[in-house]
Design a protein around this ligand. Sequence first.
Ligand code: ADP
Ligand code: MG
Length: 444
Amino acid sequence: MQVQNFNDLPLSRDVLKGIKALGFKTPSPIQAESIMPLLEGRDVIGQAQTGTGKTAAFGIPMIEGVDLSDNSVQGLILAPTRELAIQIADHLMRLSRYTGVKICPIYGGQKINKQINQLKRGVHIVVGTPGRVIDHIQRGTLRLRAVKMVVLDEADRMLDMGFVKDINKILDKTPKKKQMSLFSATMDRNIWKICNKYMIKPEKILVSKDEITLKQIDQKFIRVDNSSRFSILKELIEKQGIRKAIIFTRTKRGAYRLSKQLKNNGYNAGALHGDLTQAQRDKVTRNFRKDKVDFLAATDIAARGLDIGGITHIVNYNMPMETTSYFHRIGRTARMEAEGTSILFVAHGEESAFDDIKARTNLNITELKTSVEVQTGPPKRYKAICRKCKTGFTLPFKPKDERPVYCLPCLKSKRRSSGGSYGSGGYRGSGGSRGQRGQRRRRH
Ligand code: ADP
Ligand code: MG
């Protein structure tokens, strides 16, 4: 039976009040299908695209399942990142506002004593990252003997991040007899392995077979090169009406640099990456949520599960390292019924990564044009002549007249004769731009 209304479900008055206060009118498909079996105590595997309301799908029945006369931890939710643990706890607190159920997020980076005190005062539902949960178990500050409901959220991501051992360790500390559910946007063999190990005849709810349809997202791409990347971004912000965006970079340094560049150009920008302290990460996420920051330059740390309203655009400033990240990144916009746009920057040499992305979606990714001049072929190379053997070769930068340049073979023999030292001066020719940079860095 497809549940049309939250009132059709056997939910308590207080929980219904919380749902109403959040403004939810009808259950989303994953909620309509998983709340009932979870209320009945069955194990559930739920797969649905991001932004389809998975948190409430497991949160509502978990809140209903808490016995308020018992002050011990009865529900445990594991999530891959700190931001996500905070977000889930926050969502559950709002749902359970009228019930008296106590919920606490437990994550690394926050002072452990604060969490210990909270746990001491009594908590019914713990939402934690695996590392910190283990830390508390080992300190004896978190006891899982009374746990009767466990949820693994973003299970695929937790496995990607190498949490499988931690998860097993934690699950082994929980009673055998419990309800377990697992939610994920994608399913693979390793996840089925966990399911088979810990679940009993789970109800499998696969809301969409093709997890990547993301229909509400208008996907676009634009050709860029390294020297025009930022100018193109600026043009897009102005011309495409980008009001609130996450701009994904490949590296932490890249995120930091981009946020600086944006700020220098008068934009309200912040950076989110793994080198920040937890307090800094919380602050920038909070400011972005509250619209105090319009542009968040971020690494893939922000790609998963973060649910922030009003994001008009996702910009893939750098091509994601893995195809799946692309879909997680763009899933940060167009949450629920809203619409959003994603823009992918494609540079020379990134065609095959781009083809992989196109192959995994049945939707069109349309091209945007820019007025900024872009080098579409391979990066420019400059002619040079080897000082020693006088042969011509090319370099990725213009050699200065006063500096001697050497082709690769001559440079190698020079280096051998000078005992492997780079210090003898001279540029290395053709191809090895990596070595080139290394040499220059050493010299200055
Ligand atoms: P997922 O975990 O599937 O990516 P979330 O649980 O983070 O999705 O929910 C995405 C957004 O949809 C949140 O802002 C949430 O408040 C909202 N939402 C969830 N369920 C409903 C509903 N039944 N009606 C309206 N909005 C909902
Ligand atoms: Mg989620």
